[in-house]
Design a binder for this molecule. Structure first.
Ligand SMILES: *Cc1c(COP(=O)(O)O)cnc(C)c1O
Length: 414
């Protein structure tokens, strides 16, 4: 059986599906003219930072959108996490998932707080509230769950377990700006929540983040700590750091916010195209959004069951990369398998079977306003084609390379 090169997958020498790479997390951009006008205003007023008018407006807009009393805009989400957990006097141990971007764990470890990794729920992607009780010790000082992929975690149950142990909860909602849980906007839960406005996130301010809370005292303390502890011009009342957002970042953030409905609609259409294109493909499970809630649809996440597809995650990643589809294995191999955590807790994986299982099969696919529905249709068509001939593609790739990641899990034979 000889296929001509034209019909070949690019990894076997065919022509790539796309002439240039499609990436995950290409920034969503708002209206350029509005941005330029704001930047002109900044230069005219010569207020570049230190909570200028644009940062104040940005904070107000975020607080309004989320429905909280306070928003403190920050230079990034990581520093926002560090400052709010420090303001709450988190110490010793904090319970958090390993299934997250490394910044969640680092924000704790940077302060010499140990992230105690909690497994995710079976079949899910989020912290399993049922596992928290096994990890609570006299040294526990808080819980830091993650609203991963803009999908809320099991907030009600987490809050009730946290209440039982009297542990404060801060949510890492870096992915979840514009999303809701049981009709209430993410940002209004726990003691505080943290957003990221990094370039790759749904709404971006180049770099940026925010702490949102209804707690007046906490808000005041966070505000002091993000500005060196300055209370007045010559009065420092607390140890602090520089966590401020600049005016140009706020200009970008405000401009992005104005396009939020358009971003959501674009992402939603891409998501619908992915769903339509993948729902009949064996071995692929698209992680769905609950469309009764507000969603930002910013992450297209699939689970690949290699026992059904006969193609491993690593193979699919390489097949897609050859086609100029730059999929990502977020957040492989898990925080617990990265330094310094891997050295500190070499056996952490034993307590994280669901996390490890999931990380072996998750892929994140390109979406966002730089990706069109037509491109999504090509991506899903290609994935369907790969899986249609999964067994022969898998075998051929294994013959080309003996990489360990190319062998199908022996459990599939069972
Ligand atoms: C992006 C991200 C952060 C960090 O935000 P930055 O603004 O990049 O510092 C924290 N947690 C999660 C889950 C993230 O995805």
């Amino acid at each position: 059986m000889s296929e001509d090169r034209k019909g070949q997958l690019a990894i076997f020498g065919g022509k790539p599906t796309f002439p240039k790479p499609l990436h995950v997390g290409v920034p969503n951009l708002g209206d350029r003219e509005r941005l330029y006008a704001r930047i002109d205003g900044i230069l005219d007023h010569r207020v570049l930072t230190n909570r200028g008018p644009l940062v104040m407006e940005f904070e107000e807009r975020i607080a309004d959108l989320v429905g909280v009393r306070h928003c403190i805009a920050m230079c990034n989400g990581t520093v926002a996490l560090e400052i709010v957990t420090r303001a709450l006097e988190f110490e010793h141990e904090v319970i958090t998932p390993s299934m997250t971007f490394i910044a969640t764990a680092h924000a704790l470890q940077w302060q010499r707080i140990t992230p105690v990794f909690c497994d995710i729920a079976p079949g899910g992607h989020h912290l399993d509230p049922a596992r928290i009780k096994d990890l609570v010790t006299p040294r526990s000082s808080g819980i830091l769950p993650v609203n991963l992929w803009g999908r809320p975690c099991n907030i009600d149950t987490i809050m009730s377990v946290a209440g039982h142990y009297e542990l404060p909860v801060v949510f890492d909602s870096a992915h979840a700006f514009g999303c809701s849980y049981k009709g209430k906007m993410i940002g209004g839960f726990g003691t505080a929540e943290v957003f990221s406005f990094h370039a790759t996130k749904f709404i971006n301010s180049f770099e940026g983040g925010a702490v949102v809370t209804d707690d007046d005292d906490l808000a005041e303390k966070v505000r002091l700590m993000q500005n060196f502890g300055f209370e007045g011009r010559d009065s420092v009342v607390h140890v602090g750091i520089n966590g401020k957002m600049t005016e140009i970042e706020a200009a970008m953030g405000l401009t992005s916010l104005e396009s939020m409905p358009a971003f959501v609609e674009h992402n939603r259409q891409n998501y619908a195209a992915y769903r339509d294109g993948l729902h009949r493909v064996p071995g692929i499970r698209l992680i769905e959004y609950d469309e009764r809630e507000h969603c930002n649809f910013q992450y297209i996440v699939i689970e690949l069951d290699e026992c059904i597809s006969s193609v491993t995650c690593a193979q699919m990643l390489d097949i897609l990369a050859a086609e100029n589809i730059d999929a990502r294995r977020y957040f492989y191999p898990g925080c617990h398998r990265m330094e310094p955590y891997r050295s500190y807790f070499p056996n952490a994986g034993m307590l994280l079977p669901n996390t490890e299982n999931l990380l072996g099969k998750v892929l994140t696919l390109p979406t966002g306003t730089s990706v069109s529905v037509e491109q999504v249709e090509k991506i899903t068509g290609l994935i369907a084609r790969v899986i249609e001939s999964g067994r022969s593609v898998g075998l051929r790739l294994r013959a080309m390379s003996g990489r360990r990641e190319y062998s199908i899990d022996s459990a599939c034979e069972a």
